[in-house]
Design a protein around this ligand. Structure first.
Ligand SMILES: [Fe+2]
Length: 138
């Protein structure tokens, strides 16, 4: 099972983004649970769709604010978001081809979770620092 929980170590100091990260983590956990208790295909697909939709929404929110602020880290940040989206798309393909395998659960629990934690603690926090330096509230 996914062991990721939001706690203050993951705070980027921006409420809007922290709240979205909490929801993203919750969706990731729901997907992991759905795969591990091997819920029916349609239920797993539903949690995957939820996660994909929410990921798009969240990444768009960050990128929209970065664009508006002509944030210098936007390009590199967007690239990282692209990596996660590509991984999610591959996950959907794997699921469609092979179902809820142990390898699929591993991809969610290890790769997606690690990516998210590293991303939040790295470039998302950098963006939070930038906003504070410039005294900008989202
Ligand atoms: Fe981000």
């Amino acid at each position: 099972m996914v062991s990721i929980e939001w706690d203050s170590n993951l705070s980027v100091g921006v409420e809007l983004i922290d709240e979205q990260h909490k929801m993203l983590i919750q969706r990731l956990r729901e997907l992991s649970e759905a795969i591990e208790v091997t819920q029916g295909t349609s239920q797993i697909m539903k949690t995957l769709d939820f996660l994909i939709d929410y990921t798009d929404f969240h990444f768009s929110t960050e990128e929209k604010h970065m664009t508006e602020l002509t944030y210098p880290g936007l390009g590199a940040h967007r690239e990282q978001h692209g990596v996660f989206k590509d991984s999610l798309n591959r996950l959907v393909e794997d699921f469609e081809e092979e179902g809820a395998t142990g390898a699929l659960a591993e991809s969610v629990n290890v790769f997606l979770v690690n990516w998210l934690i590293n991303h939040i603690k790295g470039v998302d926090k950098e963006f939070g620092d930038y906003l504070r330096q410039k005294d900008i509230t989202l």
